[in-house]
Design a protein around this ligand. Structure first.
Ligand SMILES: CC(C)(COP(=O)(O)OP(=O)(O)OC[C@H]1O[C@@H](n2cnc3c(N)ncnc32)[C@H](O)[C@@H]1OP(=O)(O)O)[C@@H](O)C(=O)NCCC(=O)NCCS
Length: 324
């Protein structure tokens, strides 16, 4: 039987298969709680399985979205929930499924693939390697006095704040171009807490911490001008909900302010990246030299041994809630 996408009537069974592979022990949340967009019913085109006579033998999920970048908008596919049934592991099924899906994505004009794993060897054969960077801000030493504007309060996020929050998210120069409804689903993940800085009924900044059971102790998304956003981050830390915050490339203004107020900083690769269509990246044929055209570090940069970002030709940010 051949590799194909999952039908609606197979959806629940496919999720049970993915959960059995990724979370064999009971956990507080299910994979679809922590990754509700990529594993949602609305993303059936991105749920790929390889059936055999006993059911699903291998599977993975893909979320394809447009992203803003330093060189215009690009299509990026995030890949996650990669599973092979225990009795079929070691036969090359996952490698075959990954190759099939990557070829489809490349044929559909997807420029880049990205995934997150602490076992890069599973994906290295498809060109995925650590590249890009994002900042992890350590909030422990932050001395935020005076950040909260007069007349402002920090309160819990409410669904009615969604429009204002989407506007603030949209002001990050490097971001996912979310589809309608993506954000509402992300902000409602179980175990996720949101806060906003409200002045006179206007939401000036926001922060979410947690991402279901993923990223405990982290602010996984925030938005707003740097001083206001930092005031929310400080409040989240004061409540004991997070000690660190993810900061995407393009928001060095918040980093600079946070560091000047005592926060710590580390740069880490932003994911495992694969260049699927170098011809669609800026510069096209005039991109990196031939030997480097498929090297994600040549395009997206990397982090050097001293922990400093090394720029590439292209900047984009896939972070926090949009990692899959
Ligand atoms: C990880 C998993 C999907 C691999 O599936 P599989 O069908 O056995 O994988 P394959 O035989 O196709 O091997 C795929 C590649 O991963 C490598 N690989 C597989 N298992 C590995 C392991 N335990 N350690 C290091 N590399 C491994 C293979 O060498 C192969 O590399 P290549 O394509 O460059 O030749 C499977 O073990 C699984 O479902 N594990 C539980 C869920 C999980 O951990 N998923 C990964 C989340 S990041």
């Amino acid at each position: 039987m051949s590799i194909r996408t999952v039908r609606l009537d197979e959806y629940e069974g496919f999720l049970a298969f993915l959960n059995a592979g990724m979370r064999p022990e009971p956990t507080a949340t299910r994979a679809e709680d922590d990754f509700p967009v990529i594993l949602g019913r609305g993303n059936l085109d991105g749920l790929w399985g390889w059936p055999d006579a006993r059911g699903w033998a291998a599977g993975l999920a893909v979320l394809t979205r447009r992203f803003t970048s330093s060189a215009g908008d690009l299509t990026v596919a995030g890949i996650g929930s990669v599973v092979t049934r225990a009795d079929r592991r070691g036969e090359g099924l996952s490698a075959g499924l990954q190759e099939h899906v990557v070829a489809r994505l490349s044929g559909a004009g997807v420029a880049l693939g990205v995934l997150w794993s602490d076992r890069p060897a599973i994906y290295a054969g498809r060109g995925f390697q650590p590249a890009g960077w994002e900042y992890h801000l350590d909030l422990a030493g932050l001395e935020p006095s005076g950040l909260l504007p007069d007349g402002a309060e920090i309160r819990s996020y409410r669904p009615a704040d969604a429009g204002a929050v989407a506007n603030l998210y949209g002001r990050h120069p490097l971001r996912t171009i979310r589809q309608p409804g993506d954000d509402a689903v992300l902000y409602a993940m179980p175990g996720t807490r949101g806060f906003v800085l409200d002045r006179g009924g206007n939401v000036l900044a926001y922060a979410f911490c947690g991402k279901g059971a993923d990223f405990p102790g982290y602010v996984t998304e925030w938005g707003g001008p740097a001083p206001d956003a930092l005031a929310v981050l400080a409040e989240v830390r004061a409540r004991g909900l997070a000690t660190r915050a993810l900061v995407p490339a393009g928001r060095e203004d918040l980093l600079d302010l946070a560091v000047s107020l005592g926060a710590g900083l580390a740069a880490v690769p932003s994911g495992l990246w694969s260049i699927l269509r170098p011809d669609l990246l800026p510069g096209g044929d005039a991109g990196p030299a031939d030997g480097q055209r498929l090297d994600p570090r040549a395009w997206l940069g990397t982090v050097d041994e001293a922990g400093m970002p090394v720029p590439g030709r292209l900047r984009l940010a896939v972070w926090g809630f949009d990692s899959v």
